[in-house]
Design a protein around this ligand. Sequence first.
Ligand code: PAF
Length: 286
Amino acid sequence: MRVMRHPHRVSAWSRLLHREGIRIGLVPTMGALHAGHRALIRAARLSCDAVAVSIFVNPVQFGPKEDWSRYPRPFARDVRLCRDEGVDLLFAPSVASMYPHDFQTEVHVPRLATRWEGSVRPGHLSGVATVVTKLLCAVQPAVAYFGQKDFQQAAVVRRLIEDLDFPSRIEVCPTVRESDGLALSSRNLYLSASQRATAPVLYRALFEGARLTRTGSAPRDVRRAMLRICRSARGVTVDYLTVCDPHTLEPLSRLSGRAVVLLGAIRLGSIRLIDNLLVRAPRRRT
Ligand code: PAF
């Protein structure tokens, strides 16, 4: 496995592979790799000839009061995981090589990026769009792999790939969960024992929301039920729980026969958890 630190070196590597007709799969990460990342790497391995993983704790997607400086960085462990999974290139740039002092460009996907996560974490999804654009430019992958857990992030990336005519496609892989339903996330490491015990309440609420949606309940009732479940757990604050169109992420007031996404974000103390479920509502009988 090769480890590269500068986007220019990665571009040169990618050009060489392209000349030989090798299809690259990219798994963008911020490190602290877990079974969810492993699943993305395995999906890339299955359908691409070479796999690149990026590890970069991207400062421009963190707010001034967020956890950029204390975000977990177990680099040696991550390198081992990538080696074990047969990754071809590990791209681990420094902040200075990604954002030299005169860097100015930002990528905004305004309609998709300003609601839900965007309203709670202003600027976050523009920071993601900016870094993903840079990663796609450097690696030029045939396919970029993202987890469904960050549903809105995947929607933003899909939009920018289409809008900017990137010769890549996005593949969104299912969320990997603990046995009690908690979605895997590098930030789960921050949970205390009692917060960890409470954390699956978000999945339970979404699961009940999905059941109600499948049996024809109105979005208003689905939202109410999800809220009730989350609010019944001690120490939980709800940022949002919503029933949306999976493409536009606009909240829905009627469902009938369509695919919907249930999006949720809660806080346990200072720790935020996000999750979602995709579900199809039944067609209404006329
Ligand atoms: O999902 C993440 O880990 C990050 O948001 C990403 C896509 C690697 C961009 O920094």
